[in-house]
Write a protein of this length. Structure first.
Length: 257
């Protein structure tokens, strides 16, 4: 796959997706299309068990490239196509079948913070922060996701003012796993990714699906759904191997069956 705005590496079951559009990884048409293509690809790759998403340089992503905005409203159909691209790049991350760790190496603003919220696990460097600054450029977007992560007051304050929330505050609120010096961020995330990658691939696929689907189910239905997954997994070779390995006090050897 030829990529101009993303760097992709895969090693030992862990894919590292790096947004790489200097200077601040602002999301233009090309970057959003490549996000969609890359996460669709990784979702289907058998040699990938976990994904780490980060940004090149000192920013995770400064959000939408505002330079694309001025001409959209004046061209029939342009905004519809633009909004569809934005949605699809976000949902390519949300719907990816592999767990995704967001390594927030710097500011994650607007659509950049959207990519973080689309990920499963968040880790940040000490100089990182997040915000939804659309109000500062005469726009209003993102409250749908803010209100799923923050309480009402904080979410609406962020939405109405564009305020920044530091990595330290995110950690205090229990929203990130760790707030680390910059040089410790990727080693921490990679260790976690390798741990995830060591699990049964078939169990992890259902675990990721359950984590996403149960968010939109009534509790009773969600509980039954998870029990159904457990029944299905109990019949797999990986489940039997995991239980044998536990009893024999050894590491399991999974086949994905």
């Amino acid at each position: 796959m030829e990529l101009n705005t993303i760097t992709l590496t895969v090693d030992a079951g862990v894919a590292v997706v790096t947004l790489n559009r200097p200077p601040v990884n602002a999301q233009n048409i090309e970057l959003r299309e490549e996000i969609t293509r890359v996460f669709d690809l990784l979702s289907d790759r058998d040699d990938v068990a976990c994904i780490v998403l980060t940004g090149a340089g000192k920013a995770f992503s400064a959000g939408a490239d505002i330079r694309e905005r001025p001409n959209l409203a004046g061209v029939a159909g342009a905004y519809g196509a633009h909004n569809r691209r934005v949605r699809e790049s976000y949902y390519a991350v949300v719907e990816c079948s592999k767990p995704i760790i967001a390594a927030i190496n710097g500011p994650a603003l607007g659509a950049g913070f959207g990519l973080v919220m689309a990920s499963d696990i968040w880790v940040a460097s000490e100089d990182a922060y997040v915000s939804m600054p659309e109000i500062n450029v005469g726009l209003a977007g993102g409250v749908t996701f803010l209100q799923k992560v923050f309480g009402q007051s904080r979410a609406r304050r962020m939405f109405y003012t564009g305020m920044k929330v530091s990595a330290q505050e995110l950690y205090r609120l229990g929203l990130i796993e760790a707030c680390l010096p910059a040089d410790e961020l990727m080693p921490y995330c990679m260790e976690m990714a390798r741990d995830i990658a060591s699990k049964s691939p078939i169990a992890m696929r259902l675990a990721k699906e359950a984590a996403r689907m149960t968010l939109v189910m009534p509790s009773r239905d969600a509980y039954r759904y998870e029990q159904g997954n457990t029944v299905a997994l109990s019949k797999t070779e990986d489940s039997k191997e995991a239980q044998r390995a536990f009893l024999e006090k050894r590491d399991p050897v999974y086949t994905g069956r």
